[in-house]
Design a binder for this molecule. Sequence first.
Ligand code: ATP
Length: 330
Amino acid sequence: MPPTHTAQSEGPSGYREAVELEFAEATKRYPGADSPAVDGLSLTVPAGEICVFVGPSGCGKTTAMRMVNRMIDISSGDILVGGRSVKDRDVDELRREIGYVIQQIGLFPHRTIADNIATVPRLLGWDRPKINARVEELLDLIGLPQDMSKRYPAQLSGGQRQRVGVARALAADPPLMLMDEPFGAIDPINRERLQNEFLRLQAEIRKTIVFVTHDIDEAIKMGDRIAILQVGGKLAQYATPSEILLHPANEFVEDFVGADRALKRLALLRVSDIELGPSNGGPSIRDTALVRDALSDLLQHGALHGNVVDSGGRTVGGISMEALARLAKA
Ligand SMILES: Nc1ncnc2c1ncn2[C@@H]1O[C@H](COP(=O)(O)OP(=O)(O)OP(=O)(O)O)[C@@H](O)[C@H]1O
């Protein structure tokens, strides 16, 4: 359901158009440090895409991200949001246009969920009815029941609080979002659920997003593109997940991605994406399943073949262990 709150500058779908984000030789030297924390970072995130910054601890992910909304000053080089240097912008105005989600959420404990979500719209001077309508709409969007709006953060689970953090960042419909390990503090099962929900949400809202994580699996899942940083804030590779898995730029990336990159690649493909052979029977596998899940189904059944079916249960072809092994090696 498209939202109805924005008066101007909305995109055709009812959401504000996302913007392109460009790092142009962006560098950060902290006072007294021997080497830069971020060193000549240059990359462009196309409008509406998720770019994940990933790399070992201390490689400069958070520093790079926080230079975008000027929580950290750029030492040299530049960052352009929608073609405009962040250095030329009024800081408060810039930050209101950039949604920000962090691991520890930072919800105000003595404010209700509704008031927390309404933080930026209130700063922007929206009137009450417009704010209330937006809060209602965002609760729907993030899948929380309306009656939660009157609760306080302590009365929600960690995963629910994280959803509220996302809703708050989206409240004023920012064209750009920064997300710093947003699901880092959540247990693995809820984390996977939040990741899936967020990807569904993003398919609808199409924001430009910078997403920081130290977890390569999360990066592969969430990123349209991944920027792998090396300690010293140097960009080791900037590419799509499958390019990184297929052609790691150097040994550092290869090590960071892990020895199981062939398996990881299977997690990027759906059964319908691959060439199917004739069916030789075996367990039924939906054509929409991830190839990795199809493989684990075959392993579980001790089967060498699987029968691929569509939504109506009709056989559309077959897959074999042999074909999957070939695919992993490709
Ligand atoms: N305020 C600061 N003053 C001085 N040095 C800093 C400051 N903040 C970060 N650093 C240093 O800059 C480098 C990059 O830090 P940053 O927090 O950006 O890394 P990160 O990749 O986000 O790390 P992590 O995954 O551990 O959060 C580190 O060496 C860190 O010690």
